[in-house]
Design a protein around this ligand. Structure first.
Ligand code: 5GP
Length: 190
C-alpha cells in the first residue's frame, strides 16, 4: 500500500482554516493530528478532540520525554505535535494533516523533507480582522494581538510549497484537494 502524505498546514487564525480542513477531513483517507496545548479550552472544545489540553508541567514533561515531533510557544502558550500517531497513520496509507503555526512548520521542514507545506492566507488583513470579530470568541485585545501575529506569519508564506487564498470557500477547498491529489501522483518523494 502506498504511504500517506504528511501535509503541514499553517494559517493565521481567522483564515477559515478550520472550515476548509473540516470539509477535507470528512474523507476517512485523512487523519487529523490532534495537538497538545497549554491554552485553556474554548467553549465547546473537548479534550482529545480539538486538542489534548495539558498543564505547562505536563507539556514540559512530554518535551523532555521526546514525545513531540515539534513544538512552539504561540501567544504565551505551548502547542506541540505528538509524534506517535503520525508514522502509524502514514504507514497505513492515510494522509496526515498537521495544523500548526509557522515556527513549528519550519521545524518540520527540517525534520521531514517528505512533507508537503500549505499556507492558507486571508484575502486581506482587514478581512481577517472582521472574521475574528465575527467569531466572537476573543476580546478586542486578543484579536489585535492575533492580527499582529497574522501579519508576522504572512511573511513566512513564501517558504511553503503552496499558498491557498481563502476568498471563496469552495474554491479554497477545491484548491487544497487538488494540491493533495497532484502530490499523491508525484513520481518520487525526497
Ligand atoms: P488556536 O489557539 O487558535 O487553536 O491555535 C493557535 C495557533 O497554534 C494556530 O496557528 C495553530 O495552527 C497553532 N497550533 C496548533 N497546534 C499546534 C502544534 O501542535 N504545533 C504548533 N507549532 N502549532 C500549533
Amino acid at each position: 500500500m502506498a504511504k500517506g502524505l504528511l501535509i503541514v498546514v499553517s494559517a493565521p487564525s481567522g483564515c477559515g482554516k478550520g472550515t476548509i480542513l473540516g470539509e477535507v477531513l470528512k474523507d476517512p483517507a485523512y487523519y487529523y493530528s490532534v495537538s497538545a496545548t497549554t491554552r485553556a479550552p474554548r467553549e465547546g472544545e473537548q479534550d482529545g478532540v480539538q486538542y489534548h489540553f495539558l498543564t505547562r508541567e505536563q507539556f514540559e514533561q512530554n518535551i523532555a520525554d521526546q514525545m513531540m515531533l515539534e513544538y512552539a510557544e504561540y501567544c504565551g502558550n505551548y502547542y506541540g505535535t505528538p509524534l506517535a500517531p503520525i508514522n502509524a497513520n502514514l504507514e497505513n496509507g492515510r494522509n496526515v494533516i498537521l495544523e500548526i503555526e509557522v515556527q513549528g512548520a519550519m521545524q518540520v521542514r527540517k525534520l521531514r523533507p517528505d512533507a508537503v507545506f500549505v499556507f492558507i492566507a486571508p484575502p486581506s488583513v482587514d478581512t481577517l480582522r472582521e472574521r475574528l470579530i465575527g467569531r466572537g470568541t476573543e476580546t478586542m485585545e486578543v484579536i489585535e494581538e492575533r492580527v499582529a501575529q497574522a501579519q508576522h506569519e504572512l511573511s513566512f508564506a513564501q517558504q511553503y510549497d503552496y499558498i491557498v487564498v481563502n476568498d471563496v470557500l469552495e474554491d479554497a477547498i477545491a484548491d487544497f484537494k487538488a494540491i493533495v491529489r497532484a502530490e499523491s501522483c508525484k513520481t518520487a518523494r525526497d
